[in-house]
Write a new protein. Sequence first.
Length: 232
Amino acid sequence: MIVYGRNPVREAIRGPRCVEQVWATVGASRESWLQGQRPPVVITSAEEIERRCGAAAHQGVCAAVEAFRYASADHVLRDPAGVIVALDQVQDPQNLGAICRSAECAGARAVVITERRAVEVTAAVCKASAGAVEHIPVARVRNLADFLQEAKRGGWWCYGADGEAPVAYDAVDYGGGAVLVLGAEGKGLRPRVAAGCDALVAIPLRGRIESLSVSAAAAVLLYAACRSTRAP
């Protein structure tokens, strides 16, 4: 995989993945975190970097790294404590990246995505996450409804985001282990996934726009839930 952008490359270097080679422009190569990099940084042109990564937003640096390592569902569900974000067929890489960034910054335990009809962790997701995917476990599951049932058997509470729900997101006690479930862009939660949640919660909208993006909704829920699960 080729990751690009200064934050994604820096976090790939800091993270557990093997970084095989880094390419940078003269200007980008002066970044302190690239000094002493092994193997040495290859100095090249911005045009060559764009050719390698296939994106203009490379900020003068890209890197060849090993394939992304997905966590297992069993790993993220062990010991019900903290917050997990589970996404029901989210397909936009910008949304997935933004959610991973919010989850990592808020102190969530993991992000769970579906194997089908959903974006996987790509270079664009790495860029949108500002490198957060290097530090937060991301698991892929075949069936999200089955995953929620497994989570509940393990002692987790599952809360689905639904704009029509009668319960406000900030009226819920997320203490213990909480799985926050958010649906796809424009579609929301599928019926079986919604039915697998212990409760559905809504974020009140007080303006004229009818909905939040899934990444914005995830950020609101994440900070509310992580605040509840954090020891005083």
